[in-house]
Design a binder for this molecule. Structure first.
Ligand code: G3P
Length: 221
């Protein structure tokens, strides 16, 4: 199973990379907005430079999302984003226009991540259009009292039925149980916020056990 980090924060990305668990990064406009101090001075050029910095830290797929809605513009921007670094994956929403852009970008050999996936049919259409990844947003489904992980299970079954090579990238991960369930289901990737990565490590019995070992270690030192 691959682990991506779901953030645009360079410190968080570097910290996760140090743990030896990081296979890639996903960003979206909301995550980028969080790291911008001065929106007046950021803009598209700075965004591209920021994605390039992420690519220097992590040797794996880095999702950068288009900020346009029509297929023509998404395709032009997708080609531009893909030019930042060979590891850039262009994130496009699953809309009619987004599917067209995914197909066009795939035709140019550019990898895409179909985002804002909330149904198995959306995932199926994205896979057929040539998406490299589909991103079901499990936490946002949980938020509306729908079982997000059930969607992941459905997509995995559909892709397995037809031998799609599109990878299922579990997104909108909110807590460690999402990661456990994704792994149990055989999801290819989970993209995880830094806070949840830290939670994956923690266990109270590890902490109390370590306290005891440190006390008893006095006989060794
Ligand atoms: O990868 C998608 C993710 O960033 C969305 O997460 O917590 O905003 O639903 P969230």
């Amino acid at each position: 199973m691959k682990f991506f980090i779901d953030t645009a924060n360079l410190d968080e990305i570097s910290a996760a990379a140090e743990l030896g668990m990081l296979d890639g990064v996903t960003t979206n406009p909301s995550l980028v907005a969080k790291i911008v101090d001065d929106p007046e001075r950021f803009g598209y050029g700075e965004f591209k430079k920021h994605i390039a910095k992420i690519c220097e830290i992590v040797d794996g797929p880095v999702s950068a999302e288009v900020t346009t809605l029509m297929a023509d513009e998404m395709t032009v921007q997708g080609v531009d984003l893909a030019g930042i670094h060979p590891n850039v994956v262009v994130k496009c929403p699953v809309t009619i226009e987004g599917l067209k852009a995914i197909r066009r970008l795939a035709g140019k050999g550019i990898r895409t991540n179909a985002t804002l996936v909330f149904s198995p049919n959306q995932a199926l259409l994205a896979a057929k259009a040539g998406a490299s990844y589909v991103s079901p947003f499990v936490g946002r489904l949980d938020d509306i009292s729908t079982e997000g992980m059930a969607l992941v299970d459905q997509i995995l079954t559909v892709f397995d039925n037809y031998r799609f090579t599109t990878e299922v990238l579990v997104a909108s991960v909110r807590h460690p149980q999402h990661v456990v369930e994704a792994a149990m289901m055989g999801a290819h990737i989970a993209t995880i916020p830094f806070k949840v990565i830290e939670q994956l490590v923690k266990h109270p019995l590890t902490d109390t056990g370590l306290d005891r070992f440190m006390q008893d270690a006095s006989v060794i030192q």
